[in-house]
Design a protein around this ligand. Structure first.
Ligand SMILES: Cc1cc2nc3c(=O)[nH]c(=O)nc-3n(C[C@H](O)[C@H](O)[C@H](O)COP(=O)(O)OP(=O)(O)OC[C@H]3O[C@@H](n4cnc5c(N)ncnc54)[C@H](O)[C@@H]3O)c2cc1C
Length: 414
């Protein structure tokens, strides 16, 4: 009898998981990927669009073409999952039965949850670069912006790629200097966190970079309202930050269908998942990869990639009736573009915060330090994404587990 694996979501995680599964499993296992559209966006590229450093047509490709031969593709919205019946109901009411379900539907922006954010001023003086339309609109806005208060705001965590708003500040500083108008712009970074980033050593380094570049840091600001016409962010405790141009990262949640699927998700529609095996806590035959999981890791493509190896091995073991491998360690790795053709790199996991040193061994890319080499790494990542990461290939010399060598355990704190 044929075994069927249904993968919900054909983004980063769904694509790489399906490709790895196809390679590892016999042909009598049917694999079907479901996604609501056919536009696969290389999301890290959205950061560069506002500054004219990338164009949308360079970062979007058809989804189905990223899937290996022998993988079925169904373009449809998921309406809900019936865990007790092992079936997925699609938007047109058709049904897909599964033996194993992989949830890879990522996170969704919910700007409507913040008062005023979508009101007057939206896409005029209030933008986000987290969507293709928003990034393109912001590009147009930056061409007319000739001075004033430019504010970058995270409404609340979790968000995808938590360093991307910081990168936006660094690139804005570079861009405005190139235009010769930096002295006419007050740049402000407004975050709900108590520092520039979540982890102490990286937070201090990144706060230092903001200061060096003349970006004001406003912390513990929980945005309750965005007043476009008045040019104000208002926090729940009634603090205000004024702006002429606001770049806002809206609230994120899991996909809405998760909330319509009894027992699958939490109150934010993320799926409760075992930190080490990536098996859902809802059912043994449901596994989760990428942003859809409620794990204490960054919502990042690198995390999704490192999870892929363990996820696929565990699906194979589950089908064979073997004990699961509990080896996913929360490994995350992120380049942080800092402008002027430089970038930093951070590498960390559940137990080890981002530390200085080198990656992946004691020689290699510098960690937590600006360098041109890291900038080249960030640029090369796009090609790696389409040609290695999505096809489900490993990075030579870098496995799923975080490399411990090369990291300075006792950093000299700035
Ligand atoms: C501006 C920006 C910059 C970033 N920079 C980086 C970076 O530098 N490095 C890095 O590692 N990561 C970065 N990321 C994060 C990275 O892109 C994501 O973490 C990664 O794509 C997560 O993969 P995923 O498969 O979980 O979700 P996605 O790739 O978002 O895929 C989810 C898929 O599910 C589909 N879906 C959702 N709901 C339904 C439904 N009801 N029915 C059918 N299909 C559905 C969607 O259409 C989508 O294709 C960035 C993200 C952004 C927005």
């Amino acid at each position: 009898m044929t075994t069927r694996i249904v993968v919900l979501g054909g983004g980063t995680g769904g694509t790489l998981a399906a490709n790895r599964l196809r390679r590892d499993l016999d042909d009598d296992v049917e694999i079907v990927v479901v996604d609501q559209d056919d536009a696969h966006v290389y999301q890290p590229g959205l950061l560069f669009v506002p500054f004219g450093l990338a164009h949308l047509d360079e970062i979007v490709r058809p989804r189905q073409r990223q899937l290996h031969h022998g993988i079925g593709y169904r373009q449809a919205a998921v309406d809900h999952v019936e865990l007790d019946a092992d079936r997925v109901v699609l938007g047109d009411r058709s049904v897909l039965d599964y033996d194993v379900l992989v949830v890879a539907t990522g996170s969704t922006l919910v700007p409507e949850e913040t008062e005023g954010l979508l009101g007057p001023g939206w896409m005029e003086k209030v933008f986000t670069f987290y969507t293709p339309d928003g990034a393109a609109g912001l590009h147009d806005a930056l061409t007319w912006f000739d001075g004033g208060r430019l504010v970058v705001n995270i409404v609340d965590m979790p968000i995808k790629c938590p360093v991307a708003p910081l990168e936006f500040c660094f690139l804005a500083d570079w861009y405005l200097q190139e235009l010769g108008i930096r002295d006419r712009v007050e740049l402000t970074y407004v975050t709900p966190l108590d520092g520039a980033f979540t982890k102490p050593v990286a937070s201090a380094t990144l706060a230092g970079l903001l200061e060096e570049k003349g970006v004001e840091l406003v912390t513990e600001f929980n945005t309750g309202e965005v007043d476009g016409p008045g040019g104000r962010l208002v926090s729940y405790d009634s603090r205000e930050v004024g702006f002429d141009l606001a770049v806002v990262v809206p609230l994120h949640s899991g996909a809405a269908y998760v909330g319509r699927s009894p027992g699958l998700g939490d109150e934010l529609n993320f799926v409760s998942t075992d930190e080490h095996t990536l098996q859902s806590k809802a059912r043994p035959n449901v596994f989760v990869i990428g942003d859809a999981a409620n794990l204490p890791v960054s919502k990042a493509g690198s995390v999704t990639h490192f999870e892929g190896e363990v996820l696929v091995e565990n699906i194979r073991r589950f089908l064979a009736g073997e004990a699961l491998d509990a080896s996913y360690d929360g490994h995350a790795s992120c380049f942080i573009e800092s402008g002027f053709h430089k970038a930093l790199l951070i590498d960390f996991n559940y137990d080890t915060e981002p530390l200085p040193g080198h990656f992946p061994t004691s020689v290699g890319l510098p960690l937590l330090k600006e360098s041109r080499l890291n900038h080249l790494g960030k640029l090369m990542f796009q090609s790696f994404y389409w040609h290695s990461l999505l096809p489900g290939r490993d990075i030579p010399g870098v496995g799923s587990a975080m490399p411990a060598r090369g990291k300075h355990r006792e950093p000299s704190r700035p």
